[in-house]
Ligand binder design. Structure first.
Ligand SMILES: [Zn+2]
Length: 407
């Protein structure tokens, strides 16, 4: 026999008595319960089961066919089959979930009104006093969000009564033409419709508040877009108020920092981004100019009868390789060049008559940079993860060449 779901008629009921009808690996099945199982975006309830000889925690409630499985905490002993138990719901958490759930109904209906029915909810994910709304069919830009929040919070302030109606599922749209219902998804003939009087109607099996005033406040904390969906993160109750206060202070700080009032904040930041991009492009061109100057004035040092070039230049990889090849075309020459243009890149070469093997030198230098590379005795190249130790790596390479040349 299916478990009697007491929370449907009594969402504010916090304790009940029931009998254990089955025990499984997953948990305890009761003949009646106030524990709302996970479903429709609402997490499963938590609480305790108490009986004559014991007590256990319920850490989750899950749907299993017509039953509700009460998932017990680790290392707890379940009540034996047939035992009468008293179940108690963690009502602080449940009320926070009901604020989130009722808030979601109100928020989505406000979005629906503002977007004139273009936005459709594809999924919801609720948590205590908050959640995510996955919306399709509309980008929900910030002016739309602002209008929706205004309508949603107006509905909260109006403290509209919320009630539940059980209707034959094919009659729901006759009674509530705007109702959100997917008739094909409803098991059985009867639909449970949650009605926010004159504002919203939606088929829903979750638990809800008695009136919109109990939501307290609704805030939106972020908007993300993935694969055609717009995901709105929202908060209700005390968390919504805290967010609004924090956001106000953060904006106030930014406004002071940038000496721009609220209206000027966005254009001021846009100007900063444009300026940063212009400066970056000037920096890149100055740095490539500097690299060309360094290249023109690069002088080798004499080392044990060899000409040694050892430089870090902000060049592209191809230019580094080209320069090494040009330099080692000279006699008794070793060229150790590195680029810190993006990630560090090293190219070492030696003329055929220099009698120096650059390949092991390059490998050691690259390993100091957390990277690797290789090549032949007269040319090798490789890279590293970070330029942090580039000067040390080049100094190591120079001293290894010196050892080879003087032996
Ligand atoms: Zn609902």
């Amino acid at each position: 026999m299916a478990a009697q779901r007491l929370y449907e008629d009594d969402p504010f009921g916090d304790s009940f008595t029931a009998h254990v009808v089955a025990l499984g690996k997953e948990g305890v099945v009761l003949d009646r319960t106030l524990f709302h199982p996970q479903g429709g975006g609402q997490p499963g309830d938590t609480g305790t089961l108490v009986w004559k000889d014991g007590e256990t925690t319920v850490v989750d409630a899950q749907e299993s066919g017509d039953d509700v499985i009460h998932v017990l905490g680790p290392d707890t002993t379940p009540p034996p089959e047939g035992t009468e138990v008293t179940g108690r719901i963690d009502m602080v958490r449940r009320r926070a979930l009901m604020r989130a759930h009722t808030g979601e109904h109100v928020l989505f209906r406000a979005i629906d009104k503002v977007t004139k029915g273009e936005a459709a909810v594809s999924k919801i994910a609720l948590e205590e006093d908050g959640g995510k709304l996955f919306v399709e069919g509309h980008d929900l830009d910030w002016p739309v969000i602002a209008q929706s929040l205004l309508q949603a919070n107006d509905a909260v302030l109006s403290d509209i009564a919320v009630h539940t109606e059980l209707l034959p599922k094919e009659k729901v749209l006759g009674q509530h033409p705007d109702a959100r219902i997917k008739v094909e998804r409803i098991k059985g003939d009867v639909a449970r419709v949650v009605v926010v009087d004159g504002f919203d109607a939606a088929a829903c099996s979750g638990t809800h508040l008695r009136s919109t005033g109990e939501i307290g406040a609704i805030a939106i904390t972020g908007r993300n877009r993935t694969g055609g969906s717009t995901i709105l993160s929202f908060l209700t109750g005390e968390r919504a108020r805290s967010h609004l206060i924090e956001a106000t202070c953060r904006v106030g700080e930014l406004s002071e920092l940038l000496s721009a009032d609220l209206e000027r904040l966005r254009p001021t930041i846009e100007n900063l981004i444009t300026e940063k991009e212009a400066l970056w492009s000037r920096y890149k061109s100055a740095s490539s100019h500097l690299a060309r100057l360094k290249l023109e004035h690069m002088e080798p040092v004499e080392m044990s009868g060899l000409k040694l070039y050892c430089e870090v230049l902000p060049l592209k990889r191809e230019e580094v390789i080209k320069t090494v090849n040009r330099l080692i075309a000279g006699q008794r020459t070793v060229a150790l060049l590195a680029s810190d243009d993006e990630k560090p890149f090293l190219a070492f070469g030696s003329s055929d008559d220099a009698g120096v093997d650059v390949s092991p030198v390059l490998r050691q230098a690259c390993s100091l940079l957390g990277g690797g590379g290789g090549g032949k005795p007269t040319f090798a190249s490789g890279g590293g993860k970070s330029s942090e130790h580039l000067d040390d790596a080049m100094e190591l390479a120079r001293s290894l060449i010196e050892e080879q040349a003087s032996s």
